[in-house]
Design a protein. Structure first.
Length: 369
C-alpha cells in the first residue's frame, strides 16, 4: 500500500502553492472549480474446471476524487484514488491554453495510446462495463503498456470542413520502469530515479465535433528501465524498448455504440546475452445497445496474436489474452447504476500457457454531486 507519508505530503503542498500563485497571477477573468467523487463497490466470483486454484470470490471498493479548475487560459486537474489496497495520486497536471485550438499540459497524465483510459479515466460510473479490456489495464493490474506518463503534453485541433476536426497530440515524459512483475509509473508525490523516456503521438479525426464519433491512430516509443534485482525473472534483463502502433475508434449508430482498440507491439528485450525481438498484437471490440433509457446490454471480445511466444508478456502475471464477455447495466437514477457481467477469460501465463476461467461480476457505481 502506498501511504501518504510526509515526503509525499510536502511535494503535494509545494506544488499546490505554486499552482495557486500562478492561478492568482493569470486568472483574472471568469473561472470555475469543480469537484466530483466517483464511488463504486463490486464483487466477483471465478470458477475453473481445469484448475481449482483459480476458483474464488472477492469484493472491493473504489473512491475517486477529481478536482478541476478552469479559466480562460489556466487549467488544473488533480485526481486521487482510494481503494481497499492502495491510495495514489493518479493525475496531477496543469495547463496553459495558448488559444482556442492549442493547449499545453505538464504533470502526470494518462498515456494517449490508451483509448479506454483517456475516454473513461478512473471513474467506474463513466464506463458501461465493469471490467476494462486487458490491453488497457492499469500498470499494477498486468497492463502491458504504460497508463501514466509524467512530463509534457501538447495538443492542437485543426478545424476541417463543416463541423469536422482533426486533433493532434504529442507527449514526452518519464516512462514507467519494470519492477518485480509489473510496470511501475513515476510517482510525482514520491519521486525516485530509474525512469527513462516515453514519447507518444496521436491523431484523432472527428466527423462532427458535437458527437462522440471518432477514429484515431497512436504511435509510441517507451524506454522501460528494468530493476533487475527485484525478481529472479529479471536477473539477465537490462532494459526493454517498446514501440506500439494503434488504431482505435468509437462510433454511435442510433441505439448502438461500438468501440475498439487494436495495438501492435514491437519489443526489444535487452538481455545480458544479447537483444531479442518480441512482437505481438492485442485488441478488442465492444458493442453496447441502449435497449431503453435506463437499460443497456453490452458485450466485448478480446483477442491477440503472437502473445503465446511473447517473452515480455510472460513477465506479467495475468495479462488477459482472450475474453468473451456479456453484461447488462441498469441506470437507477441520473448518477447511480447497477451492472452485471459474465465472462469466459483466458490469461497469458508463464511459458506460453493460458489460465482459463469463468467470471461473474456485480457492481454499484455512482458519481456525486
Amino acid at each position: 500500500m502506498k501511504l501518504f507519508n510526509r515526503r509525499r505530503a510536502a511535494v503535494l503542498c509545494s506544488f499546490i502553492l505554486l499552482l495557486t500563485a500562478m492561478s492568482g497571477q493569470v486568472v483574472q477573468a471568469e473561472s470555475g472549480h469543480d469537484v466530483l467523487v466517483f464511488l463504486s463497490a463490486d464483487s466477483f466470483e471465478t470458477s475453473s474446471a481445469s484448475d481449482p486454484a483459480l476458483e474464488g470470490s472477492d469484493y472491493g471498493a473504489i473512491a475517486d476524487f477529481l478536482y478541476t479548475f478552469n479559466s480562460d487560459r489556466f487549467r488544473f486537474l488533480a485526481e486521487y484514488i482510494w481503494t481497499d489496497e492502495e491510495n495514489e495520486m493518479e493525475r496531477f497536471k496543469a495547463a496553459w491554453k495558448i488559444d482556442d485550438e492549442t493547449i499545453f499540459w505538464f504533470g502526470r497524465f494518462h498515456a494517449i495510446t490508451n483509448y479506454w483510459t483517456t475516454e473513461f479515466h478512473h471513474g467506474q460510473y463513466m464506463q458501461t462495463s465493469i471490467s476494462r479490456p486487458g490491453l488497457e489495464e492499469w500498470e499494477d493490474e498486468s497492463g502491458p503498456m504504460p497508463s501514466h506518463v509524467t512530463g509534457a503534453w501538447f495538443e492542437h485541433e485543426f478545424a476541417l470542413k463543416e463541423q469536422s476536426a482533426l486533433n493532434a497530440t504529442l507527449t514526452a515524459g518519464l516512462a514507467p520502469r519494470f519492477e518485480g512483475n509489473e510496470l511501475v509509473a513515476f510517482d510525482v508525490l514520491d519521486p525516485t530515479s530509474g525512469h527513462d523516456m516515453a514519447v507518444s503521438a496521436r491523431a484523432v479525426y472527428r466527423p462532427d465535433v458535437l458527437s462522440m464519433d471518432k477514429i484515431g491512430l497512436t504511435l509510441s516509443h517507451n524506454d522501460i528501465a528494468v530493476v533487475s534485482e527485484s525478481s529472479p525473472d529479471l536477473t539477465d534483463l537490462n532494459a526493454i524498448k517498446q514501440m506500439t502502433l494503434g488504431l482505435f475508434m468509437s462510433w454511435q449508430l442510433e441505439d448502438w455504440r461500438l468501440s475498439s482498440n487494436w495495438v501492435y507491439f514491437d519489443m526489444e528485450m535487452e538481455y545480458v546475452t544479447g537483444d531479442v525481438n518480441d512482437r505481438f498484437f492485442l485488441g478488442y471490440i465492444q458493442a453496447e445497445y441502449a435497449a431503453t433509457e435506463d437499460w443497456t446490454v453490452f458485450g466485448r471480445v478480446e483477442f491477440g496474436d503472437g502473445e503465446d511466444d511473447s517473452l515480455y508478456l510472460q513477465l506479467l502475471p495475468a495479462v488477459i489474452a482472450h475474453r468473451h464477455m456479456l453484461g447488462v447495466r441498469w441506470d437507477i437514477a441520473n448518477s447511480h447504476a447497477l451492472t452485471m457481467e459474465i465472462a469466459d477469460t483466458s490469461t497469458q501465463g508463464s511459458n506460453g500457457n493460458h489460465d482459463s476461467f469463468k467470471e461473474l461480476r456485480f457492481q454499484w457505481s455512482a458519481v456525486f454531486p
